[in-house]
Design a protein around this ligand. Sequence first.
Ligand code: KG4
Ligand code: ZN
Length: 337
Amino acid sequence: MDKTAILAIETSCDETAAAVVANGRQVLGEALASQVDLHARFGGVVPEIASRSHQELINPIIDEALEQAGLTLEQVEALAVTQGPGLPGALIVGLATAKALAYGAGKPLIGVNHLEGHLFANRLEHADLETPFIALIVSGGHTQLVKVEEWGAYQVLGETLDDAAGEAYDKVASYLGLGYPGGPVIDQLAQEGDPSAVDFPRAMIKSGNYNFSLSGLKTAVLYHVTRVKAAGRNLDLPDLAASFQAAVIDVQIHKIRQAADETSIDTIVLAGGVAANRALRERLEALATQTGRRVFYPSASMCTDNAVMIGAAAWPRWLKRDFLPLNAESLPNMRLD
Ligand code: KG4
Ligand code: ZN
């Protein structure tokens, strides 16, 4: 089959990324600059810093991806870019760059939903993943349970009513002085801790719907720390991390199971930055083994934001010639359904 190379750009949050992906599956070149160090001292992403930094990094990152692929801009067939959801100022940098390159080189432009990109990270890495499936998308900005009848047909069954899962990890880590991003640190600490040490609330576990609420858990952690300190006791960070994580994951596993039961869909997919979490993966594997279901999740580096997944998600749109006009706007609240 002929190779169709698409240059994909991702700037929705704090990663400036570009990739050249052929036929939605083959990665020819990839470059990524994480801004983590810039945001770390603020304990979270600062939108203005993110946009400015994307502006500085985007051109060299695109050049690097093309160079790795051994291709010039003229040799790619199309440009793909994250249109939303994400930080408004950050999205604009990627979209404006992609538009300029598409216009200058006379190539079509493809708009990609960032969350669909996270789902496609699975399609790229697991050739045996088939629809329908239930997906839990958990990232710094989103927590959604989605029914995927087929690629492109998404039904959001439920989502968080307040904080996203990754946001909860980041806020708790920041409060405990563990740095940013919080997910990987808490994941690591939790390995050594006892998940039943502190009995944190499992918010909305019995709500009967597929929504989540995570802001109360953050407050519960805060109260716990205050109580321990007031009593003059030492804080056991691994136990705290493991207990916090267990409270998050218990609800997620419960709702995934409920969704799989109610829809009679036996394939479960994890996507987004928090899908890198080891305890979440293990618990889901255990559920799959107990109930005869199949589970898929991306490799750790493909869970967090990258442009390869954007190039993968652009492929079906290329096949349908579903292009974005050059006056299209970024969509900070773009939905999956
Ligand atoms: O998907 P992503 O890279 O960016 C967004 O689209 O938001 O997700 C980033 C989020 C951060 O909140 C980070 O703390 C979290 O993913 N994260 C993790 C882990 N690795 C990254 N959360 C829990 N466990 C991890 N191992
Ligand atoms: Zn993301």
